[in-house]
Design a protein around this ligand. Structure first.
Ligand code: SF4
Length: 362
């Protein structure tokens, strides 16, 4: 393309040989199903799958889409398990949610389980009145943890609304118990101006999270010791290195990155924020991004007149599990594909926590 940087990233993953054929078949099947079917696709999905989404976005946007799907009866969710179970919680009773690959999970979500969280809550209760503690669970968590929060007047948050969720929580309690991602919680608490000595890191492997009674009593934000390996891969040295290689380049990162990286970035935000940031850049502008590499690749392809690169390559092995072949199979076999089932009690309480988020974040 004349007058462009002509530096479009190569695909970070091997492209399926039959991708174009699959996409054509997916389009044909979707046209045949009409309004009965809607396909939701997260920003981290591989390019071909993302292109087949009727709605694409970050987990918050897709959560809202699942709650407002109009006439669709069947929701095909191209994302990881915690997103799919959230959609199955928010959709209407006459709708069904299908996951094209049930093996697509999230290692960070697996870093907090219900027995650990219940034990930690009891331990906290030995030092503070837990009626004054608001449990805040990141969307990237199993449904039983969202249910735990809903049952205790807590709330779900995503990376695009964590600040508003902190407002909501401090209007109702004195402390926030935030799980399972330390870094989103810490970056939000830092931006909120919470002093360092009022933020503690709760290690579920240790008695009382590894803290004294005094530290627990003083803490306003209690962060679970969990992380996303895709985003904690980025380091300060990597940022310096990419800035040295591309003078003038902007650094934009996701808030699951460590606070050291967030502090030296030019901008920080959710995947929707990052996508908008890139879209608004001028031709010839340069940006290095700290998030999942399939999304960066897509933005590079969509913005060939801008330099869009990863700080370093960091791939989520779960997010790209769904292939165009999986999506095609799911659509072709929809009448026999097993829908995602959620426990009714978990669904009831998880929905309270999700609805709290939707009401507070708008
Ligand atoms: S990018 Fe990180 S938080 Fe998101 S699904 Fe992958 S491991 Fe989980």
């Amino acid at each position: 393309m004349a007058g462009t940087l002509d530096q479009v990233m190569p695909s970070p993953i091997r492209i399926e040989e039959d991708e174009q054929e699959n996409i054509a078949r997916i389009k044909e099947l979707k046209a045949r199903y009409g309004e009965r079917v809607i396909v939701l696709a997260h920003h981290y999905q591989r390019l071909g799958v993302h292109a087949c989404g009727d709605v694409t976005g970050d987990s918050y946007a897709l959560c809202k889409a699942a709650a407002n799907t109009g006439k669709a009866r069947d929701i095909i969710f191209c994302g990881v398990r915690f997103m799919v179970t959230s959609a199955a919680t928010l959709c209407r009773d006459d709708q069904q949610v299908f996951h094209p690959d049930r093996n697509a999970g999230c290692p960070m979500a697996d870093m907090a389980n219900l027995p650990q969280v219940l034990r930690s809550w009891l331990e906290l209760g030995e030092f503070v009145d837990t009626r004054q503690v608001i449990p805040v669970v990141y969307m990237n968590s199993d449904l039983d943890l969202k249910s735990f929060c809903g049952e205790r007047n807590g709330i779900v948050c995503t990376s695009s609304n964590a600040r508003k969720v902190f407002d909501w929580s401090f209007a109702r309690g004195k402390k926030i118990f935030f799980f399972p991602d330390e870094h989103l919680g810490r970056n939000t608490a830092n931006a909120y101006g919470i002093p360092r000595d009022e933020i503690i890191l709760w290690d579920p492997a240790q008695v009382n999270g590894g803290h004294s009674a005094q530290a627990i009593e003083k803490a306003r934000v209690i962060l679970w010791k969990g992380y996303c390996h895709v985003h904690t891969r980025y380091t300060v040295d990597m940022v310096h290195e990419v800035r040295a290689r591309h003078p003038g380049i902007k650094i934009v990162v996701h808030p699951e990155c460590t606070e050291d990286v967030v502090k030296i970035a030019d901008a920080v935000g959710s995947t929707n924020f990052i996508q908008e940031y890139v879209r608004k850049m001028k031709p010839g502008d340069k940006v290095a991004i700290g998030t999942e590499v399939n999304m960066i690749h897509r933005m590079s392809v969509q913005n060939p007149d801008k330099l869009v690169i990863p700080i370093v390559r960091s791939l989520c092995p779960n997010m790209f599990k769904i292939s165009t072949r999986d999506l095609r199979d799911c659509l072709e076999q929809l009448d026999t594909w097993e829908p995602v089932k959620v426990d009714p009690r978990e669904k009831h309480f998880a929905k309270l926590a999700l609805d709290n988020m939707l009401a507070c974040a708008g």
